[in-house]
Design a protein around this ligand. Structure first.
Ligand code: PAF
Length: 293
């Protein structure tokens, strides 16, 4: 497994792989890898011959009061996990390599960042599309894999690729959960044992929402209020948002129909956890979409 720190050595190594006729698969990460990331690597391996994983805690996607400085980092551990899963190259640049100067060219995201995390973390998705665009230009992958746990990010990146004609195919991967339902996240490490025990309420509340919808409820406000009630039973939970939006443009819906995203963000102490489900509703039929096509 190769490890590169600079853009030029990364481009060189990937050009060599491409010259051998290999298809390039890409998994962008911020490191502190868990099984969810490793399954993204598995998917990338299925669709390509040379898998690049980037490990870069991107400062431009963190707000001034967020956890950039304390975000968990453990390169040695990540290296072993990537190698064991058959990664071909890790690109782990310093901030000065990715941002020798503050970027003067930025993105404006319409509609897709108005709600959910976009509303709570101003500038977050601008930072995400900036770094992902830079990484796409450096790696020039044939395919790139993103998890549906970050559903808003996934939908924005799909649109980035469409609007800017990046020649990469985005593959989405379903959320990987602990055995009790908690979505895997690098930030789960912040949870105290008590908070960890209570955090299962997030997945339970999404399952409760799904059951209500399956039994015919179509009023978004009622579903949101049921989720709220269940989460309120966890004394350590502080709700940031619970929203139901359509998958097309991430605008809130009142009546549930078509493809919808039920998404939430909840603080347990310092840990801000997100989770979601995507459902397709057609008449009285309800189907979960674990990985958006
Ligand atoms: O999902 C993440 O880990 C990050 O937002 C990403 C896509 C690696 C960009 O920094």
């Amino acid at each position: 497994m190769l490890i590169t720190r600079t853009i030029s050595e990364t481009r060189q190594a990937i050009a060599q792989a491409r010259a051998q006729g290999k298809r390039i698969g890409f998994v962008p990460t911020m490191g502190y890898l868990h099984e969810g990331h490793l399954q993204l690597i598995d998917i990338a391996k299925e669709h390509s011959d040379f898998v690049v994983v980037s490990i870069f805690v991107n400062p431009t996607q963190f707000g001034p009061t967020e956890d950039y400085a304390s975000y968990p980092r453990d390169f040695e551990r990540d290296k072993k996990l990537c190698e064991a899963r058959g990664t071909d190259l890790i690109f782990a640049p310093e901030v000065s390599e990715m941002y020798p100067e503050r970027s003067l060219i930025t993105f404006q995201i319409e509609k897709l960042a108005d709600h959910l995390c976009g509303a709570r973390r101003p500038g977050h998705f601008n930072g995400v599309v900036l770094v992902v665009s830079k990484l796409f230009n450096i790696v020039q992958p044939d395919i790139a894999v993103f998890g549906q746990k970050d559903a808003q990010q996934l939908i924005i990146i799909k649109r980035l690729v469409q609007d800017l004609n990046f020649s990469v195919k985005i593959i989405s991967a379903s959320t990987v959960r602990e055995s009790d339902g908690l979505a895997m996240s690098s930030r789960n490490v912040y949870l105290s044992p008590e908070q960890r025990a209570q955090s299962t309420v997030l997945y339970q509340s999404l399952q409760r929402a799904r059951a209500l919808i399956e039994s015919g409820e179509r009023d978004a406000e009622k579903i949101i209020s049921e989720i709220q009630k269940l989460i309120a039973t966890a004394s350590e939970a502080k709700i940031d948002y619970i929203e139901i939006v359509n998958v097309r443009d991430l605008q809130p819906v009142e009546r549930l129909d078509g493809q919808i995203l039920i998404a939430l963000a909840v603080y347990f102490g310092k840990a801000r956890l997100i989770d979601n489900i995507v459902l397709e509703i057609s008449g009285d039929r309800v189907r979960e979409i674990p990985a958006l096509p």
